[in-house]
Write a protein that binds this ligand. Structure first.
Ligand code: ADP
Ligand code: MG
Length: 467
């Protein structure tokens, strides 16, 4: 029996069903932007904002969509998903060739409409880095959500993610991604007024405006752009007056349906001393995290970075570099540069031996200064607990176990005494610390997985490669 006609309303029902069954961010990224185009004889055509989203939905959600449609329409349904913009990686041709970017997108200034190549730099501004494009941004499991949202904004001008709040630790690509979105927005429409600033500049400009009595001008400048991009918004922490001003800037732009894009080293709720109302504004659009890339992606990153430097690395060497530097893309780049430079300097091909030599230099160049704060930061993140809880006197089982792990690591990696370690973790005495260390050793002996996890943490901390 042929299915009933699929109507836009019926598709809305399917969308609602997915909304209630998917995590919020997944829904917002993949399903919300899909629109209904038409239906005919059991064939339903949908539209995705980009090829990237289309491919993803096709792979991960088309079966569910089909089933949900079929249940409602009473028959087998085929779906076709089109992509509104087939450009996966929008960049200007000149940016792709690494030439001077034709449009100066100056920090603190509006972009001028497209100018001839080599266009003027705007006074006191910092231009977009020409190669910080989507094309040069490697997508992996660790950043796909942020990239998908950013590409949708760049390719379609959607306001579905407003604000887009991207967070992640240092060196994981926040600035690159923000600038890629700017490049993409400009490639699509060179007349877009983008205001791209670091939060520090926003703060400084505000202070100057207050001192000079030129708030009026400051406000009008920040209320005009179509797209406001502020890098490192966590810099607002503890700056109550500027944060308040930013709150009004935000509202004025948001009310006028202008796009706001922010980056931060932590999620909105974890930026210290930020007012509740600002936190809730930051959370109101889409929040996406940039996580440390997985090994596979790191290998890709290494290969790409080397080839950008004119060297084709053998895969096993890329693997070694990627295994050595685990949590920070900027350091990964540094390691590649070091290997390539060593090869040029010694006029030798890149062999495994040369790579190890170059990398060991990289690691021992840096004094190993693991602090107990590093340990708690990395463990709290790993186990999804708050630092404050690890340092508190509370004693739930998971907390106690995580705390014991921290104590064990602290004993191995720092010069702190048992007493000092105990004091740090809520004023516990040295026998508690000793007992904790023993517990961890027992667990290691019992479970190879636990030991592997601990070895990983040790390696990460010892290589100092977490941001
Ligand atoms: P953050 O602003 O988060 O500290 P950056 O954007 O400055 O990080 O990134 C650090 C370096 O790593 C930059 O050179 C950037 O080009 C590179 N990088 C980070 N993530 C990626 C990625 N996914 N693909 C390619 N390069 C990346
Ligand atoms: Mg940055």
């Amino acid at each position: 029996m042929p299915p009933d006609v699929v109507t836009p309303e019926l598709f809305e029902d399917v969308r609602l069903e997915l909304k209630s069954s998917l995590p919020e961010n997944s829904y917002k990224t993949w399903i919300a932007p899909i629109s209904f185009v038409g239906a005919e004889l059991g064939k339903v055509t949908l539209m995705a904002p980009t090829a990237f989203v289309r491919d993803w939905v096709q792979r991960s959600y088309s079966t569910r969509i089909k089933q949900a449609l079929a249940t409602r329409a009473g028959g087998i349904i085929e779906i076709f998903i089109l992509a509104e913009s087939s450009a996966v990686a929008p960049t200007t041709p000149s940016a792709a060739r690494g030439e001077v970017y034709p449009v100066t997108l100056a920090t603190g200034e509006y972009t001028a409409p497209a100018r001839p190549a080599g266009g003027a730099r705007v006074e006191g501004g910092m231009s977009l880095v020409p190669h910080y494009t989507f094309e040069n941004f490697i997508v992996g499991l660790h950043n796909q959500l942020a990239v998908a949202a950013g590409m949708s904004i760049a390719n379609t001008g959607t306001r579905a993610y407003n604000p887009l709040f991207i967070h992640g630790r240092v060196g994981l690509g926040k600035t690159h991604l923000l600038q890629a979105i700017c490049h993409g927005v400009l490639a699509r429409n060179p007349d877009t007024r983008i205001l791209y600033v670091s939060c520090e500049q926003f703060v400084n400009q505000f202070i100057t405006a207050v001192e000079r009595g030129s708030l009026e001008a400051f406000r009008s400048k920040y209320r005009q752009p179509d797209v406001l991009v502020v890098d490192d918004i966590h810099f607002l922490a503890g700056k109550d007056r500027t944060a308040e001003e930013f709150f009004h800037t935000f509202n004025a732009l948001h009310t006028n349906n202008r796009q706001i894009i922010l980056s931060s080293d932590s999620p909105p709720t974890e930026i210290p001393s930020l007012s509740e109302r600002l936190v809730s504004r930051f959370k109101q659009g889409m929040t996406a995290e940039l996580e440390p890339p997985l090994l596979e992606t790191r290998v890709q990153l290494v290969l790409r970075k080397a080839s950008q430097q004119g060297v084709e690395l053998p895969p096993e060497i890329a693997q070694v570099i990627a295994e050595t530097i685990q949590t920070n893309v900027r350091e990964l780049e540094g390691a590649v540069t070091k290997v390539v430079a060593t090869s040029i300097l010694l006029a030798k091909p890149v062999t495994m031996e040369l790579a190890r030599q170059a990398l060991s230099g990289l690691i021992s160049d840096r004094p190993r200064r693991v602090t107990i704060d590093d340990i708690v930061a990395i463990v709290s993140e790993r186990v999804g607990m708050r630092r404050a809880d690890l340092q508190s006197k509370r004693r739930t089982k998971p907390l106690t176990e995580a705390r014991q792990l921290c104590m064990h690591l602290a004993r191995q990696l720092t010069r702190l005494s048992l007493e000092e370690i105990g004091a740090y973790f809520g004023g516990r005495d040295h026998s508690t610390v000793l007992y904790s260390i023993e517990r961890v050793e027992c667990r290691m002996a019992e479970s190879p997985d636990y030991k592997k996890m601990l070895d990983n943490l040790l390696a990460m901390l010892a290589s100092g490669s977490r941001g």
